[in-house]
Design a protein around this ligand. Structure first.
Ligand SMILES: *Cc1c(COP(=O)(O)O)cnc(C)c1O
Length: 382
């Protein structure tokens, strides 16, 4: 038995074994503080510099534009608060969307309490933000636009390049939460004309608790953490050296396999979608075209996601209901509500997210089990 089968890669991914091995020496032998001038420090310092280059290469950025953080949430907090606070005397309006991760939404809500004005753009039925709505929202007071590259629940990919053109034209800062997109679809910070971009290691086979913020050179932003001179005075604190080494290697591995893995996962995704749609009363949430390769999000008429999720778990399949962050809460997903669904429909959403260990057999076995459970539940309800 290969069970349980993990189908929740959007929540987190397993640390790649080779990456774990590469990190190990930096927890024991190469333990130096990168700020130390002696050879122990120098060795750690060089390793951090190498990782910075590996990550920069993945994003088509310069290494001096990469700042290591503790993960996606910190990067989102820093980018949005940091740009807002550095520029608040000039402008006080922020634009984001209704479907962002809570790391963005709650940060924006906090800034509202501090006197900033925030517009939460609506999205269409597929979860795509409207360029027209963005154009209407932009005014002379707009300081920052923060829009995700791809949604963590429904996998919808947003028109980042178009938004980049628009924000550049208006002289407005543009931050992208790319935590779900980095290492999963090609991203080029220059082409997208973004000023800031958040990413997280544990979403692409790197370690947890490490991430980065890309900051275009010249962006007006205040430091996140005050103290030492680490990260060019922007983020104080002794570096998480093993984490940084792991993140760098994860970036390099992703760059090497990106095209191939996208193709492989897209095939599995379409196979899974076809199978789900064979079930009576099933629908797919999100876009059929602008979609992350490994993401499927579906609902089934009359079947609640928490019941289905537990039954699937007992049968050996780990999936997520709506979003991992709302696990344990009965609140319907804010993303699905923004996409125009009612609470009942939103509460039947199941997210299946596939990754590097997922194979065709997993998809087929999952579909068999899903059909069985759904007829079971429907039989009980008769
Ligand atoms: C996971 C995730 C985050 C948070 O990243 P952490 O590293 O877990 O803090 C932020 N935004 C999106 C879109 C995510 O999927």
């Amino acid at each position: 038995m290969r069970h349980p089968v993990y189908l929740d890669y959007a929540a987190t991914t397993p640390l790649d074994k080779d990456i774990a091995e590469r990190m190990l020496p930096y927890m024991t032998g190469v333990f130096g503080n990168p700020s130390s001038l002696h050879s122990f420090g120098q060795e750690a310092r060089q390793a951090v510099a190498k990782a910075r280059g590996q990550l920069a290469a993945l994003l088509c950025a310069g290494p001096q534009e990469i700042f290591f953080t503790s993960g996606g949430s910190e990067s989102d907090n820093w980018a949005i608060k940091g740009i807002a606070l550095a520029n608040q005397n000039a402008r006080k309006h922020i634009i984001t969307t209704q479907i962002e991760h809570h790391a963005v939404l709650h940060t924006c809500a906090w800034l509202e309490q501090q006197g900033f004005r925030v517009t939460y753009l609506p999205v269409d039925v597929e979860g795509r933000v409207s360029i027209t709505a963005l154009k209407q929202a932009l005014d002379d007071d707009t300081l920052l636009v923060s829009i995700m590259a791809a949604n963590n629940e429904v996998g919808t990919i947003e028109p980042i390049e178009e938004i980049g053109v628009l924000t550049k034209e208006k002289g407005v800062y543009f931050h992208v939460d790319a935590v779900q997109a980095v290492a999963h679809i090609p991203l080029d910070v220059r082409k997208m004309q973004v000023d800031a971009l958040s990413l997280s290691g544990h979403k692409f086979y790197g370690p947890k608790g490490i991430g980065a913020l890309y900051l275009r050179q010249g962006v007006g932003i205040v430091p996140f953490m005050h103290g030492g001179a680490q990260e060019r005075n922007m983020r104080a604190g002794t570096e998480n050296v093993p984490g940084i080494i792991g993140l760098g290697m994860a970036a390099e591995l992703a760059a090497a396999s990106l095209a191939e893995e996208m193709e492989r996962l897209s095939v599995l995704r379409e196979r899974l979608i076809r199978g789900v749609l064979c079930i009576d009363g099933a629908w797919i949430n999100g876009s059929r075209v602008q979609r992350l390769p490994g993401n499927v999000n579906f609902g089934i008429q009359g079947i609640e996601s928490d019941v289905l999720l537990l039954r699937l778990d007992m049968a050996g399949f780990a999936v997520s209901g709506g979003s991992a962050c709302s696990a344990g809460s009965l609140e319907p997903s804010h993303v699905l509500l923004a996409m125009g669904q009612d609470a009942e429909k939103a509460n039947s959403a199941i997210r299946v997210s596939m990754g590097n260990k997922t194979v065709e057999q997993d998809v087929d076995e999952f579909l068999l089990e899903l059909q069985k459970i759904v007829s079971d539940i429907r039989e009980l309800k008769k």
